[in-house]
Design a protein around this ligand. Structure first.
Ligand code: ADP
Ligand code: F6P
Length: 331
């Protein structure tokens, strides 16, 4: 393999730049030419690429976002769009691609590989931590730290006003961020798409227990896939007949900002690992490059795409244990 491309796809995540940097520097070190594909699969479909050299990726390891931009590309979902992308790859001599993105981006990469035989090495670029084949995803740690810092501040107001606060964090299909934030922020309860049986009614029931323990305020973390902050706050107000409940939606602050050292290291390990996988496996490469218990791993995309990543049951248990409250449905 002589030429490879690197692209970021789907929602941005802090650490994507560190990944692009590792791909470029590792690729150049192995004697490859590396092309940056602009705006995810959109750049591939339209042939918008540029060669990246070492100084192009200087000083970006600490920056959020991505210098090659990211996008969602409806055309790539169609065979015709992927055929155009393959034509550009052939014209440019690009034989392998590093795709930094989430499950959808991996689904697209796998389809492209099946149809056109371009090597695909996926790196886990999503804050959601919902990909099989890696312990953590690039950006998850940063997003969680951002959310925990916000929760600590909200807790001050909750305590001062004897209020219940509902904090909505990202995660449309996965409660991974919500669960980690709940444990780290010492939240009393967490609402998750994976556990729909725990909702506002259970939170209301917990209030009685909380009062008995002398608690006059509560922090409820809700993953966006389990309900909106406002909706959950309103439902708790109704179920507790008039308790003072406020909602805070953290939103996109979770997607940006300087990546934590954990995310920079994960991005660097997987970015470098992706280039090595393309070089070692050539056009046969259709793998997710993750990190499992500290080691870089290669998992076939067939075993990753569409596979749910279960939440760690012990963390879920810890939210209840550390709050001292017991959810009625689990008692
Ligand atoms: P993420 O990678 O974060 O899960 P998306 O689900 O939005 O983000 O997917 C990113 C892009 O990947 C889509 O805009 C599309 O271009 C491509 N993609 C997603 N699913 C498929 C698919 N089944 N086939 C082809 N391309 C896909
Ligand atoms: O995939 C990351 C994520 O932040 C999800 O948690 C969220 O549901 C989604 O992206 C929102 O993305 P956008 O608003 O950019 O479509």
């Amino acid at each position: 393999m002589k030429r490879i491309g690197v692209l970021c796809s789907g929602g941005d995540s802090p650490g994507m730049n560190a990944c692009v940097r590792a791909v470029v520097r590792t690729g150049l070190g192995l004697g490859l030419e590396v092309f940056g594909v602009e705006r995810g699969y959109t750049g591939l479909v339209n042939g918008v690429v540029r060669p990246l050299v070492s100084h192009d990726v200087s000083g970006i390891i600490n920056h959020g976002g991505t210098i090659v931009r990211t996008a969602r590309c409806p055309e790539f979902r169609e065979a015709e769009g992927r055929a155009r992308a393959a034509e550009h790859c052939r014209r440019l001599g690009i034989e392998g691609l590093v795709v930094c993105g989430g499950d959808g981006s991996f689904a697209g990469g796998r389809q492209f590989w099946h149809e056109h035989g371009i090597g695909i090495a996926g790196t886990p670029g999503t804050i959601d931590n919902d990909l099989a084949g890696t312990d953590f995803t690039i950006g998850f740690d940063t997003a969680v730290n951002t959310a925990v810092e916000a929760c600590d501040k909200i807790r001050d107001t909750a305590d001062s006003h004897d209020r219940v606060f509902v904090v909505e964090v990202m995660g449309r299909a996965s409660g991974s961020i919500a669960l980690q934030v709940a444990v780290a922020a010492g939240a009393e309860v967490v609402l998750l798409p994976e556990r729909p049986q725990v909702g506002p009614e259970q939170v209301a029931a917990l209030m009685a227990q909380a009062r008995a323990l002398g608690k006059t305020s509560m922090l409820v973390i809700v993953a966006e896939g389990a309900g909106t902050g406002q909706g959950v706050a309103h439902a708790i107000e109704l179920a507790t007949s008039g308790l003072s409940v406020r909602a805070s939606v953290l939103g996109y602050i979770q997607r940006g900002g300087s990546p934590t050292s954990n995310d920079r290291v994960l991005a660097t390990m997987t970015g470098a690992g992706a280039v090595h996988a393309l070089v070692d496996l050539g056009p046969a490469c259709c793998h997710h490059i993750g990190v499992v218990t500290g080691a870089v791993t290669r998992t076939p995309l067939d075993d990753v795409v569409g596979r749910p990543k279960p939440l760690p049951a012990d963390l879920l248990e810890l939210v209840d244990v550390s709050s001292g409250l017991r959810l009625p449905s689990l008692a």
